[in-house]
Design a protein around this ligand. Structure first.
Ligand SMILES: Cc1cc2nc3c(=O)[nH]c(=O)nc-3n(C[C@H](O)[C@H](O)[C@H](O)COP(=O)(O)OP(=O)(O)OC[C@H]3O[C@@H](n4cnc5c(N)ncnc54)[C@H](O)[C@@H]3O)c2cc1C
Length: 416
């Protein structure tokens, strides 16, 4: 099989050797293994278990685990470029992989760029080693259930899920919605609010990021899962009822998540690569289809019609705009971004999430009726790509809100 051309050509975009290698590995896995399985996961709304076995066998499970623990030590940008290649072949695999990898990015690369007292860092290094060993040795999968259906996932309220300090650990209580990988992850990396007594008012500053073992007493998965798109994510509800988790379950030291999220806002862009890949996939589909080269369809060429050429031109322009803005935003990502950089990150997030669906929509219109049959993958790309705009905390709506306010008001400025 000829390997598809990279979304970001290493020489043109100035990728490092590691970025080029990991993206190429992801593209190979995606094209050879994930693409042929994607329709089944979508049809059944089932979890891509076989793909995770491939991630494990190829060493990708530890992509963002620091090198000194045996991982690839990918930084934020390297992970983002690699994950986009996965999204190109299976959106659900890329989105769930993101939830897994974020547990390593937050606890690894990000905290390694963060000032912390020595004792806290030493304790964190010891704790994170447990998590990393499970991932690298046993193929443990981590989920990232943050959403609760209230304002917490948007960052404006404390999480209602609580972690009550008890002897040797915490008791977790609460409900998470849209918990991708539910029933399939080995650990749920949940955000909750640490409290020292049951009647304490939750405070956002006490947000804790903790890995709840999926097989603990008191963990249940409930609700059905039959959504429009991203069906393989299996994002059902999670209930934690007096779940005891031991002290070494923390993914970050107490109180650090709140500061880290403020100082490293680009981390919320980690939901975009799945959709960057889908944008490329919709474009790839259209080019092949109009050239009469789409496997499973008659070799009918449609490229000679001027209207089709114009549609493809529009798609190419949108794809180039999306890639360029996204690449710039992930390149400048770092701690304490300038206001201008943060505004650009929101613009990039909005652009990827909206354009991936817009490109897929143009693809269906120009390829025509046969292209939206379920025997082809374009209609799945269209449905999957519609979900990007809904991902908190940077939904398309919230990006517009923040961009508008952030542009017209200096920090602290108010109207009388
Ligand atoms: C396929 C898929 C997988 C997902 N996987 C995960 C996962 O693994 N982990 C996880 O934590 N979440 C996950 N989510 C959840 C996602 O991030 C959102 O939390 C969820 O879509 C919110 O749904 P809702 O209807 O409760 O939104 P609501 O909270 O009702 O919000 C609806 C819309 O209102 C706007 N809005 C929300 N809050 C505010 C506010 N404070 N101010 C102004 N406007 C606001 C936003 O634009 C939002 O899209 C997933 C979602 C999808 C679709």
């Amino acid at each position: 099989m000829t390997q598809d051309a990279p979304i970001f050509d290493p020489a043109t975009w100035g990728l490092t050797e590691q970025q080029a290698e990991l993206s190429s590995l992801a593209r190979k896995l995606g094209q050879e293994k994930f693409a042929p399985r994607a329709a089944k996961y979508d049809r059944e709304a089932s979890f891509p278990t076989e793909n995770y076995k491939d991630f494990f066998d190829s060493g990708m499970m530890g992509i963002a685990i620091p090198k000194e623990y045996g991982g690839h030590g990918a930084d934020f940008k390297t992970y983002m470029l690699t994950a986009a290649e996965i999204g190109r072949y299976c959106g659900s695999t890329a989105l769930t992989f993101n939830m897994h990898v974020c547990s390593c990015l937050w606890s690894g690369f990000l905290l390694d760029t963060f000032d912390m007292p020595d004792a806290m860092r030493a304790e964190h290094n010891k704790t994170r080693e447990h998590h990393y060993r499970r991932i690298l040795d046993d193929g443990a999968i981590y989920a990232q259930p943050f959403s609760e259906g209230g304002a917490a996932a948007a960052g404006s309220k404390a999480f209602g899920t609580t972690a009550l300090k008890v002897d040797g650990g915490w008791l977790i209580n609460g409900k998470k919605i849209f918990a991708s990988l539910s029933g399939h992850a080995n650990y749920y990396g949940a955000l909750c609010t640490e409290i020292s007594s049951k009647d304490e008012d939750p405070d956002r500053a006490n947000t804790m990021y903790i890995a709840v073992p999926a097989n603990s007493d008191g963990v249940t998965v409930e609700g059905d899962w039959d959504p429009l798109g991203m069906r393989g994510t299996v994002s059902r509800n999670l209930i934690f009822k007096d779940v005891f988790v031991p002290s070494d379950a923390k993914l970050m030291p107490s109180g650090i998540y709140f500061q880290a999220a403020k100082r490293w806002p680009h981390m919320f862009m980690t939901l975009t690569p799945a959709y960057m890949g889908l944008a490329q996939a919709a474009y790839d589909f259209t080019v092949k289809y109009l050239r009469g080269e789409m496997p499973g369809t008659p070799p009918v060429k449609r490229r000679m019609y001027p209207t089709k050429q114009i549609a493809v031109a529009q798609m190419r322009i949108m794809l180039e705009q999306t890639k360029s803005l996204w690449f710039q935003a992930i390149t400048e990502a770092g701690p304490n971004p300038t206001r201008d950089s943060l505004l650009r990150a929101w613009a990039a997030q909005y652009t990827v999430m909206e354009n991936s669906n817009e490109i897929a929509q143009l693809a269906i219109r120009t390829c025509g009726g046969q292209s939206m049959l379920r025997s082809l993958h374009l209609e799945r790309i269209y449905r999957d790509s519609r979900c990007g705009a809904l991902m908190l905390p940077w939904t398309s709506e919230l990006c517009l809100d923040m961009l508008g306010k952030g542009t017209l008001y200096e920090s602290g400025e108010r109207d009388e």
